[in-house]
Design a protein around this ligand. Structure first.
Ligand SMILES: [Zn+2]
Length: 303
């Protein structure tokens, strides 16, 4: 995971005492942009005597930053569509008032693009007058979605994707009781994003949603099932957008595994369907009419 040149440069800067105060960690959805931010937190606070070994991942400081229990780790994450500006203020107040035992307090904002302009401007004031011992990590899928004024004050780190074999190893360590079939399903679904695999194995609601998405995909492979396909989505209307995104993800994973001729008709159809799923999911998050969106989707994938 630490092989990416940018990560190596970051670690070299930390070891030389030249880390900056604000980083944007850009990586694909579910991928450890957040894991990478924690690795960086470890590096900034590791107590290993040998600088070259930092982060050691075994000292008490490293372990507490990794498992999220360090008192100087402040994480702002939300399951809502937006990060309210009050949450940003709350984070900053918390940083200013908390005592620290680590060399460097760490603030991580997950899905930082969820901050609206107000939220980002509020953060900006703090970034403009950085406190000597605080480092900010803004984790996002897309750095371009942040205000240019925020980007200009940060250095961008790109989080690398993990190989399937690495994810398999991490999952087997973390979930020793998981059945082989579940592990393989998790690896396929993750497609380089270990947090997605972990979520699949630890979050029952998410796993059930993945199963529903898989059922929907199976239905669409047969003809004459349009009515059933619509009924299934309608039954899960409140999470239809997430379901369709998962359909795209599963289909993409399946396609990769098949290793089929990239110019075949089947591949063409699969790519078209992935795009149709993503576009419908996107429409639904923007409150498009449910029936119209799903009709359009079904016409595309059944044609
Ligand atoms: Zn350490």
């Amino acid at each position: 995971m630490l092989a990416a040149p940018e990560t190596q440069r970051f670690l070299a800067a930390v070891r030389a005492g030249k880390a900056v105060h604000t980083y944007i960690v850009e990586g694909e959805e579910g991928f450890p942009g957040s894991v990478m931010a924690r690795v960086a937190a470890c590096a900034l606070n590791c107590t290993a005597v040998d600088l070259g070994r930092r982060p050691c991942f075994s000292c008490s400081s490293c372990r507490r930053f990794l498992n999220g229990t360090h008192e100087d780790l402040h994480v702002l994450a939300t399951t809502k569509k937006l990060i309210p500006v009050d949450d940003v203020r709350g984070l900053i107040a918390e940083l200013l008032s908390s005592a620290n035992s680590a060399r460097c307090k760490i603030a991580i904002i997950e899905q930082a693009e969820k901050m609206n302009e107000n939220g980002q401007n509020c953060l900006l004031k703090t970034l403009e007058e950085p406190h000597g011992n605080t480092a900010f990590f803004l984790v996002t899928e897309n750095a371009e979605a942040l205000l240019p004024t925020v980007r200009s004050r940060a250095r961008i780190l790109h989080a690398p994707r993990l190989e399937d074999e690495t994810i398999r190893g991490l999952i087997r360590d973390g979930f020793p009781d998981a059945a082989e079939e579940r592990v393989e399903a998790a690896v396929a679904l993750a497609d380089g994003a270990v947090l997605t695999a972990e979520r699949f194995l630890s979050d029952e609601t998410y796993a059930a949603r993945v199963d529903t998405a898989a059922r929907f995909l199976k239905l669409t492979e047969k003809s004459g099932t349009v009515g059933e396909a619509f009924a299934l989505l309608n039954e899960h209307k409140s999470e239809a957008s997430e379901l369709l995104e998962l359909c795209a993800r599963l289909l993409y994973a399946e396609r990769k595994k098949e290793n089929e001729d990239p110019h075949s008709e089947r591949t063409g159809r699969q790519i078209r369907n992935v795009a149709a799923f993503l576009s419908a999911a996107d429409d639904l998050t923007r409150y498009a009419n449910f029936n119209l969106t799903i009709d359009k989707l079904l016409i595309t994938i059944y044609s």
